[in-house]
Design a protein around this ligand. Sequence first.
Ligand code: HEC
Length: 234
Amino acid sequence: MRLIATLLLTLTTPVMAASGHAPLAQANVNLTDHNTLQRGARVFVNYCLSCHSASFMRYSRAAQDIGLPAGVLEANLLFAADKPTEMMKVAMRPADAAQWFGVAPPDLSVIARAKGPDYLFTFLTSYYVDPKQATGVNNLAYPATAMPHVLWELQGMQRLNSDNGHQSLEVTRAGELAPEEYQRLVNDLVSFMVYMAEPARLDRQRIGLWVLAFLVFFTWLAYLLKKEFWRDIH
Ligand code: HEC
């Protein structure tokens, strides 16, 4: 009984944590398109690895899985490492980071599994100006988060409007990207994080199709065999 309760708790906790505040927007995760994953990887390396690590992910493995040739990897993604075979480590020491932000930025290797893609999408799109916060911004999905709005130059700045308890966000200072373009960029980034949280998933799905095809074929074979065996008995 205790075991079941614990199991249930572990199963439901991430969902509850994720749905604590704002209703979540839906992420549009695409793991089959290499372009999506490559764009996501570029955003991740450029905008996230300065504070966060992804210490379970090797650059070379990611490059191979998302179809990046070696030269492109070195020219575009390898800023914080010397060799492609290194893990995606962060330059900052966790202790320093904890002092600067009050809380150490978590490792992001498996964050997509812990929080879910919809939460990540909502988190990265729902920053708004709030002078009461040390970072100058607040977040609908994670109120009073210590993480600054690191993508603000791309998204611009949003304002929170609330009338009659209904909250909505409005871009009041335009960024480099139009709102739809920014959402696409965040979707690419979230897709990359979903891939990163389970790099074997692409293989698993591809192999899964072959396994199913084999089972169908084998069932058909077994059926023919059964007919053959029973022919003389009937
Ligand atoms: C300037 C440093 C910095 C950068 C750059 C940064 N983060 Fe963070 N991030 C933080 C800190 C600090 C926290 C801890 C926030 C907290 O718990 O209040 C955090 C927390 C998070 C969390 C966990 C949120 C939660 O609900 O627990 C996610 C997901 C995240 N960051 C994603 C990203 C992504 C994706 C990028 C790149 C676009 C990024 N971060 C770039 C500092 C940073």
